[in-house]
Design a protein around this ligand. Structure first.
Ligand SMILES: N[C@@H](CCC[C@H](N)C(=O)O)C(=O)O
Length: 279
């Protein structure tokens, strides 16, 4: 039996397994099929991402591997980073920790109101970075799907495309999401945001996550939303970003780093019968 912890940031939920002990990772032998089985909401525990803690690289408190429910791996996950940072803060007694992902070392801190803020690093804005299938201006992509068109793209380590829409409530964005995720311009697929700019410091967004579908919140998606909105001249460098599950406080600092703050929580703990999972 493998102990796990169920955590979430604004309802973006994660099953977290600790594989930092010697031999633990090899014993788990995680495959895409096993990760997908854990994430399955009917036959497994269910989650938006399966998070595996591994021994830290240099300068970090922990390494975090990110699996999507479709069995693919992601390079970044903002909300899981905040959750794991909170876990490391509880473990170390410190209010500042560093979580390492495939993207690199991400420093996080606990703010006076108890929320956890992570420095997600700078976005990558070039077409090869997103990546796009061909050389294009990433602030205006020639992509039209149903009633939405002309999105912007960037990478927060993982690929994001943001459509700017007039009224989120009048758009069936969950029907557009899968078509956009698999668009021919996006060879690595992408997370797709549908953003309604309410003011220069306030955005509402719904996010269709690559490999997961619609989620209650997506941290790296909130980062991309602010970055793309600012590049399009729609907002300043700070904004509250309202997602279906709650609000993240965002800042794209002048040094290029994107900061994201909000609440995290542990929902419950349990044990997984690892041998019962498909190989
Ligand atoms: N929930 C996440 C993003 C998870 C990864 C994403 N689905 C991808 O494939 O890139 C977040 O909070 O950033």
């Amino acid at each position: 039996m493998i102990p796990f912890r169920k955590m979430h940031g604004l309802g973006n939920d994660f099953v977290v397994v600790d594989a930092r002990a010697d031999g633990a990772l090899a014993a788990l032998a995680i495959t895409p099929a096993r990760a997908a089985a854990v994430a399955d909401r009917h036959r497994g525990v269910g989650c938006d991402q399966f998070i595996v803690l591994e021994p830290p690289g240099e300068g970090a408190d922990v390494f975090m591997r990110i699996w999507n429910p479709d069995g693919s791996q992601a390079e970044a996950c903002g909300n899981a980073t905040r959750c794991i940072a909170a876990l490391m803060m509880a473990e170390t007694g410190r209010d500042q920790v560093v979580v390492r992902t495939v993207r690199g070392n991400l420093p996080s801190e606990r703010l006076p109101d108890g929320s956890i803020r992570v420095d997600m690093g700078p976005p990558s804005l070039g077409w090869r970075d997103v990546p796009l299938a061909e050389e294009l201006d990433t602030t205006h992509l020639p992509m039209t799907i149903g009633d939405v068109a002309d999105p912007a793209a960037c990478s927060m380590g993982n690929p994001h495309v943001t459509f700017f829409v007039g009224d989120l409530d009048r758009l069936d964005w969950q029907a557009i999401g899968p078509q956009a995720e698999h668009h021919a311009l996006l060879p690595a697929r992408a997370n797709i945001g549908f953003a309604q700019v309410l003011d220069t410091d306030h955005i509402r967004v719904g996010i269709w996550e690559r490999g997961a579908g619609p989620t209650l919140a997506c941290g790296s998606g909130a980062c991309a939303t602010l970055v793309n909105a600012h590049r399009r001249g729609l907002t300043g460098r700070r904004a509250r970003v309202d997602l279906p599950g709650g609000t993240l406080q965002m800042e794209w600092r002048l040094d290029g780093h994107v900061l994201m703050g909000g609440p995290v929580a542990t929902a419950f703990t349990g044990e997984l019968d690892w041998d019962a999972l498909p190989a």
